[in-house]
Design a protein around this ligand. Structure first.
Ligand code: ADP
Ligand code: PHD
Length: 424
């Protein structure tokens, strides 16, 4: 059993769905196929949530209409005049959303968010499963909300591995071996039966959950890049394909922000020794990157850029030392505000952290911190991480940058910089 994952970019138009079907026909017999929402649907649904939770039904319905029209365009392209015949399940989902949006909002924002945003994955998988059947690939649409069990942490559901394993294994045991199982990435089910999501970009993680529970032979995530490169090609020219990476390196690269793989994906696979392949859906005959239990680590430096970073330095107002007296308070306040720390460093009497700029969370956090600390705040920064660095690579990325903070370990250097080009 192999697990395939197709992200939003791979199914953003009808041609992508056709391409997915070709890949399944040639390489995917009997696979579990995890699919994300089409294109930028998740972002568009976030706007529906904002309007609906804010009480603006008309705006929510209008924005939902755009999402619906986008999917209708794809279905028409795939099925011509046979949309109703081939995609009835999708039309039923649309009707359900419209009923929901005309009822008044109940529950917390995050709870509402998951009920609406999850529709992107439901619809994309209904389209993909139906299209595969039209193309004579026997495909079964499986509802991840009956398979992936989480706690009730909406937008960041924590997986109940035991229950999830039981459910997934018993579903697969009842299905014919040759059949393709198509299911949704990113979504799960809370103990009360409501839908949860696993955190943005969480579909890679879903693929790992299925693979872990099924002791899969491999996981392949199909991307718009040739594999894992030594830097994001959106930022860097002359990137190099990393043909083989150890689990450890893959975890580190993803954790530091290489967005090609969701950071939670690797650990479950590593625990069971399941190889992960990152391959191009544009050139599906190429091998891409293999991630596994290799002896040798990466030999070339890898670069990870994060923009819109904020450096916050905290100085206790009293005479206390940071490490002895204040850290639990600081971490508690960050956790409560839901702000993740990208880098931290302390001296005797100061503590510096680098976080993503997030206008909906950072101001409240700063207000809390100012009650106990003198706070310095520096925004518009970049965080550059180099794994397997040497001095020449560090010098290269520092051209025209002002270095504000540096942290080095044996293999990794992190640099917090201000772009001098922008500052002038
Ligand atoms: N080290 C890297 N190697 C390859 N791609 C990278 C890397 N770091 C970031 N990326 C980006 O990851 C993107 C693919 O991931 P993503 O957009 O999340 O795919 P999907 O949504 O289809 O799963 C690429 O288009 C590329 O810009
Ligand atoms: N659709 C979700 C989950 C996901 O992982 O998507 P993608 O595979 O396109 O990154 C999101 O955008 O967050």
């Amino acid at each position: 059993m192999n697990v395939f994952k197709f992200g939003g970019a791979s199914v953003k138009e009808a041609a992508g769905v056709r391409n997915l079907a070709r890949i399944i026909q040639t390489q995917g017999e009997g696979a579990v196929v995890v699919v994300s929402a089409m294109g930028k649907t998740t972002n568009a649904l976030e706007e529906v949530v904002r309007a609906y939770a804010g009480g603006d039904t008309d705006e929510a319905v209008r924005r939902w209409g755009d999402v619906r029209a986008y999917h209708e365009g794809i279905m028409r392209d795939l099925a011509g005049n046979h949309v109703e015949e081939n995609f009835q399940s999708v039309l039923n989902t649309f009707a359900g959303v419209e009923t929901y949006l005309h009822q008044s909002a109940t529950g917390s924002f995050d709870q509402i968010y998951d009920q609406i945003v999850s529709i992107g994955e439901v619809v994309s998988t209904q389209i993909v499963a139906a299209f595969l059947n039209v193309e004579a690939v026997s495909a079964y649409w499986a509802d991840a909300r009956e398979l992936v069990f989480t706690d009730a942490t909406y937008r960041e559901g924590k997986v109940d591995w035991e229950q999830t394993s039981r459910q997934i294994q018993s579903l697969v045991a009842t299905r014919p071996k040759q059949e393709v199982i198509v299911t949704q990435g990113f979504i799960g089910r809370a103990p009360n039966g409501l839908t949860t999501t696993l955190g943005r970009e969480g579909s890679d993680y879903t693929a790992a959950i299925f693979a872990y529970c099924l002791d899969a032979e491999s996981v392949t995530i199909w991307k718009d890049v040739p594999g894992v490169l030594n830097a994001d090609p959106k930022w860097f020219d002359d990137t190099v394909l990393l043909e083989r990476i150890t689990y450890q390196d893959a975890i580190e690269l993803a954790y530091y922000g290489a967005t090609v793989i969701h950071p939670k994906t690797i650990k479950p696979l590593q625990n069971k020794g399941i190889p992960l392949y990152v391959r191009s859906f544009v050139e599906p005959e190429k091998p891409g990157t293999a991630i596994g239990d290799f002896e040798q680590h990466l030999l070339i430096p890898s670069f990870i850029f994060k923009i819109n970073q904020v450096l916050i330095s905290l100085h206790p107002k009293d005479f206390s030392f940071i490490a002895e007296d204040n850290l639990s308070l600081v971490f508690g306040q960050f956790a409560q505000a839901g702000v993740k720390i990208n880098l931290m460093q302390n001296t005797a009497i100061s503590f510096s952290v680098v976080i993503d700029q997030n206008p909906s969370r950072v101001p409240a956090l700063l207000e809390q911190l100012r009650q106990s600390f003198r706070v310095n705040y520096n925004e518009g920064l970049e965080l550059i991480t180099i794994r397997y660095y040497d001095q020449s690579t560090v010098d290269r990325v520092l051209i025209n940058k002002k270095l504000l903070l540096e942290q080095k370990s044996r293999y990794t250097v992190q640099l917090v910089v201000k772009d001098l080009g922008q500052a002038m």
